[in-house]
Design a protein around this ligand. Structure first.
Ligand SMILES: [Zn+2]
Length: 504
């Protein structure tokens, strides 16, 4: 699996009806479904990061009511029982959408979207129309976005998201019903909409695999590398298969190539890694940054540091052992069995810009969510553009992730080496950054963690520590999706669920 060509089905008004049956089949037969959205904006950043989660939810609601989903990525993962454990058939769809209600796009957002190759022509000419809020009469019949979202709910499959709270709120507001005013009501509704559970791969990357960074592209690429190590060392590992799409479909498919870096070819020599990007998947300089935003190089660097640390630790242990065994042999075992810290490992930024991102006030913050949520036609991108695109700028919330920074002196060594023709070294892996592929990466992370942790999807729930928990930027604890004994579900949701029950 060092080479992978991911087919992404490009869905729009011209082919929606044609592709509809295959999408339904994909949803209904999947073991789990990963979703990702691209949004027109987010509104006030500060409020989205409010200390109080209830305030944060209010800000997200405000954003979801006034902004829109520009495209939706769906990736279905079906375990193939006739194949060796850990083989999935995967289908990836990227749906271009057009919200028919008025919505806000901030001027700087438009500029930014266009700069990053967003095709507004395609959106307005081929976007699948939808309107937000509660159902209009008979709206859930036929082939439209609300009906498709209901199909996903009806399939009762686990829902997989990456840093998913904002996605979930926008999905609810755009394709389901008006968001309830209370966070408690929202989580009660969601727990009934997705009875098999919601998993957030950003949270899982921190809690289960304990990666030092967890922005989407980092977690995905790290999982791919770890998976090749599983192939070498264990009898179970993740294999992904794709459909052989029939002739009629081939015109709608974009292939996204993603290769594992070849150690001898891709070297970061001479290029300083952008520490901020490395930690958060985000950097205020964006494409203009003179340091590397290449996630493969970043992972290389992290693995080197980790190896060094392990060796050092082993040396220290050996020394300690010699001293202690001559001294007091019983204490030695205590030291060896010391419980690892419960805080996931993370990076510490070294330069003077390493203020906690949570307290940064910058307009660019908004654009990072947008950047990750923009469709970028690969063909029109030059080396610089594709570098930024591929380095995967993550969701706006990502860069606030590492509030729990470990004070590790080894991480503080900052390397700012001379820049040498960055574009040449980093110019590989063509393709686009879009909702479909992001959904695929999200599902891949989930599938990998399941194999690595459990060996199969037979466990129930799959990952008890991550079941119904959504990542919260800057918070050590996740948001629990549940219906507490004090919370009721919303009226609009009850009506919809009742209709679904009647249909069956
Ligand atoms: Zn940078």
């Amino acid at each position: 699996m060092s080479f992978m060509k991911v087919p992404v089905v490009d869905v729009h008004t011209d082919n929606f009806k044609e592709i509809w049956p295959s999408m339904l089949l994909a949803v209904r037969t999947a073991n789990f479904i990963a979703l990702d959205t691209e949004l027109s904006g987010l509104g006030t950043r500060k409020a989205l990061l409010a200390q109080s989660i209830e305030d944060r939810y209010k800000a997200i609601c405000q954003a979801a009511r006034t902004r829109s989903v520009l495209s939706l990525g769906i990736a279905s993962f079906k375990e193939l029982s006739d194949k060796p454990g850990g083989t999935y058939l995967t289908q990836v769809y990227n749906i271009t959408l057009l919200c028919m209600d008025e919505y806000i796009i901030e001027p700087q957002s438009v500029q930014f979207l266009v700069q990053h190759g967003f095709d507004f022509n395609k959106q307005y000419s081929k976007g699948i129309p939808y309107h937000k809020g509660n159902d209009k009469p008979n709206e859930c019949r036929g082939q439209n976005m609300r009906a498709l979202f209901l199909e996903i709910i009806q399939s009762k499959k686990p829902l997989i998201l990456h840093n998913g709270l904002i996605d979930l709120a926008f999905l609810y507001q755009c394709f389901y019903a008006n968001l309830p005013d209370q966070l408690m009501t929202f989580t009660a509704d969601v727990s009934e909409m997705f009875p098999a559970g919601v998993y957030d791969t950003k949270y899982a990357s921190e809690v289960e695999t304990r990666f030092v960074s967890s922005y989407l592209e980092y977690a995905y690429k790290k999982c791919r590398r770890e998976n090749t190590r599983l192939i070498d060392t264990s009898n179970r590992h993740l294999s992904i298969e794709f459909c052989n799409y029939k002739q009629a479909f081939t015109g709608y498919i974009d292939y996204r190539h993603c290769n594992l870096p070849e150690a001898d070819k891709v070297t970061g020599e001479g290029i300083g890694i952008c520490e901020r990007f490395s930690a958060y998947g985000w950097c205020p300089n964006g494409v203009k940054c003179s340091l590397s935003h290449n996630t493969d190089l970043i992972i290389d660097e992290d693995e080197r540091i980790n190896d060094k640390r392990k060796k050092k630790k082993a040396r220290r242990k050996r020394r300690q052992h010699t001293v202690e065994s001559s001294d007091n042999p019983t204490e030695c075992s205590v030291a060896d069995n010391m419980a690892p810290t419960d805080v996931p490992p993370s990076k510490l930024l070294c330069d003077n810009t390493s203020v906690e991102p949570e307290i940064m006030d910058t307009g660019e913050v908004a654009q990072e969510k947008l950047l990750s949520n923009v469709q970028l036609p690969g063909a029109t991108l030059d080396a610089e553009g594709s570098e930024d695109n591929l380095s995967g700028v993550e969701k706006q919330g990502e860069f606030i992730s590492n509030s729990k920074m470990e004070n590790n002196p080894e991480d503080q060594k900052c390397t700012r080496t001379e820049l040498v023709e960055k574009s040449k070294v980093e110019k590989y892996e063509g393709g686009t950054h879009r909702a479909g592929f992001d959904a695929f990466m999200t599902g891949f992370i989930m599938a990998y963690i399941l194999i690595w942790k459990n060996g199969s999807t037979k466990m129930d729930p799959w990952l008890p520590d991550c079941h119904n928990k959504l990542y919260l930027s800057g918070k050590a604890i996740p948001l629990q999706i549940c219906k507490s004994s004090f919370s009721k579900s919303s009226k609009a949701h009850q009506v919809k669920i009742e209709l679904l029950r009647e249909k069956h």
